[in-house]
Design a protein around this ligand. Structure first.
Ligand SMILES: Cc1cc2nc3c(=O)[nH]c(=O)nc-3n(C[C@H](O)[C@H](O)[C@H](O)COP(=O)(O)OP(=O)(O)OC[C@H]3O[C@@H](n4cnc5c(N)ncnc54)[C@H](O)[C@@H]3O)c2cc1C
Length: 305
């Protein structure tokens, strides 16, 4: 067995690095604390022909039960730091959005309050173009630094191709740093907005469950008649529907929960059943919002619409 670079582990379980807590192990795994270490590992993986995946907070991630080939990275230490200078927040790709929102509020800075509702990292938020309650990542993001085996590249929001839950960050590219340009505001006012957003979340979404948030994107299909994915799933009788160890939440029909021992296959079976019911009832084909890491297997009729 060939030797591995320092810090790289073999066969590392990933379920506990996700919020839904399902799936197998990474063939190779490393926590990366600095940009230098990140560049070294990306170069090594490229030379060895290993695919590279990234786990942020795992809050929008479905890991294959059979595991993930190649190298999976998690950013922390320096690459998880948050620094505020004037009205600019500079942070690592592994910094968590709720922490950034809270730090900005303490500093009397407005614009990133919506981050309090998104339990993910900056890297995951940029990759997914995350937002909530009308907040807009692109409006406050100044630039990101993306690491690839070829080096570090600074990209402006206009170069990130943001659209609904999409960006042009490609698999294998790692968002290592980001800078946000915020607006000065009264501290108490920003703090009150955070409290309001937290309360709104608590009212509408289940808390303390193992989930990856919204399972499907809200459809643009006119047959949905403006209804959200959750409303369509609910109308199709999916609220609380269980298959194996997983099921749609009783509080929010677009959330799948793992009450204890679900596998990714159970989660996929629930997704497939919900998608089938909505397709049969409304002719609308729901597209997953959740991202697969590794060969997550969908049923053969998944693509049929
Ligand atoms: C309870 C709950 C509520 C949620 N509410 C919202 C909401 O209101 N709005 C919303 O938009 N989302 C929401 N989400 C989904 C999720 O939090 C967001 O998509 C978040 O941006 C994902 O970030 P993450 O760090 O957890 O990414 P992960 O789930 O770890 O990864 C998601 C994708 O991003 C990639 N990625 C992660 N880090 C990096 C990086 N540094 N560089 C490059 N690629 C990277 C991964 O490889 C993967 O493809 C919710 C999730 C939960 C569990």
């Amino acid at each position: 067995m060939s030797s591995l670079p320092e810090g790289v582990l073999r066969d590392h379980p990933l379920a506990r690095l996700t919020t839904v807590r399902t799936g197998g192990s990474a063939e190779l795994f490393a926590r990366v604390g600095t940009l230098e270490q990140l560049q070294r590992l990306l170069g090594w993986a490229a030379r060895r022909g290993h695919q590279v995946g990234v786990v942020g907070s795992g809050s929008n991630l479905l890991v294959a039960d059979s595991g993930v080939r190649g190298l999976v990275l998690k950013l922390d230490e320096e690459l998880g730091k948050i620094e505020i200078t004037g009205t600019r927040v500079h942070c690592g790709g592994g910094a968590r959005l709720p922490a950034i929102a809270a730090r900005a509020a303490q500093a009397g800075l407005a614009g990133i309050e919506f981050g309090v509702s998104i339990p993910g990292t900056v890297g995951g938020a940029v990759r997914m173009n995350a937002n909530a309650y009308g907040g807009d990542l692109a409006r406050v993001l100044e630039w990101v630094e993306v690491a690839t085996p070829a080096g570090i590249e600074r990209r402006a929001p206009a170069q990130l191709g943001f659209s609904y839950r999409r960006s042009t960050i490609r698999p294998g590219e790692v968002v290592a740093h980001a800078a946000f340009a915020l607006q000065p505001d009264d501290r108490a006012t920003v703090a009150a907005r955070l409290a309001d957003l937290r309360a709104r979340r608590k009212e509408t979404q289940p808390s303390g469950i193992r989930t990856f948030g919204s399972t499907f994107k809200n459809p643009e299909d006119p047959r949905a008649e403006g209804r959200t994915a959750g409303q369509l799933l609910e109308a199709a009788g999916c609220r609380g529907l269980r298959i194996g160890g997983a099921g749609f939440s009783a509080k929010h029909a677009n959330f799948i929960e793992n009450p204890g021992r679900a596998t990714t296959a159970d989660v996929v079976a629930v997704m497939a059943e919900g998608r089938k019911r909505v397709r049969e009832r409304f002719g609308v084909v729901l597209e997953p919002e959740v991202q697969a890491l590794g060969p997550v297997e969908f049923p053969p009729d998944w693509e049929r619409s």
